[in-house]
Ligand binder design. Sequence first.
Ligand SMILES: C[S@@+](CC[C@H](N)C(=O)[O-])C[C@H]1O[C@@H](n2cnc3c(N)ncnc32)[C@H](O)[C@@H]1O
Length: 255
Amino acid sequence: MDKSQLKIESTTLWDFPRQNYGDKPHGDNKFNGVTPAFLIWNLLQRYTKKGDLVVDPMCGSGTTIDVAKELGRKVIGYDIAPYREDIIQNDARKIPLKDKSVDFVFIDSPYSNNVKYSEHPDCIGKISCETEDFFLELELVIREIWRILKYGKVMAWLIGDHWRKKSGFIPVGIKIYERLCKYFEPVDIICVTRRNQTSNTGIWHKRAIQFNFYLRGFKYLFIMQKPERRIKKRRSGIASKKKCNRRKERDRRSK
Ligand SMILES: C[S@@+](CC[C@H](N)C(=O)[O-])C[C@H]1O[C@@H](n2cnc3c(N)ncnc32)[C@H](O)[C@@H]1O
């Protein structure tokens, strides 16, 4: 796909046949779990402007960094196991940025322990979504994102569900959405078609029918907003004086 074919998506169903666009790489399409570059491009078009600070706390092969730079945004990419030199080593549960200093956050987190990202002991991708710990650790990330984001600004979280013969279906996306709603207000939910799945083979499709389960066909993209801060209005001097006079008048009449 060449760059001229890029368009801002107008529906809640996004399907990107290729990871990359244009003639330069955005992230590394060989990286296991790489995010489609179009997806980040679309989000930045809608929710940021030139000069805004974009942060990706789990930026993997650096797709967010490459797309954001190309669009003239400032960008910081962190990861527990940096894949390239411009990625800062950091745990997403404690982001070294000031409160309310960021304009947009994108994150494509592990969905369980199904992908081996690195040997790092603090990789959340080592924890199974079959345990409550997985969700507790990701909630710490949600709180950090809330803390660094400016009021009224937006974050987007890409995540998929889980099915295994032993565990059955685990609605990982919905469980994360419930936790996101504790801190943010929903803007929208996008359904992103899953391409390049290792299970996208004839044998897996046959098994899915034979053993009565579904192959994962999509991921959720939760777009959430940190609500505007409600500023308590101090009663103006005149208004409170009027109220005080009314109270005095009432007292005088009741005597
Ligand atoms: C799905 S990948 C991100 C893909 C990335 N958006 C890209 O396009 O290449 C998830 C990333 O989360 C990182 N990760 C896991 N636990 C982490 C943690 N505690 N802090 C920061 N990064 C973490 C992994 O190392 C992995 O690179």
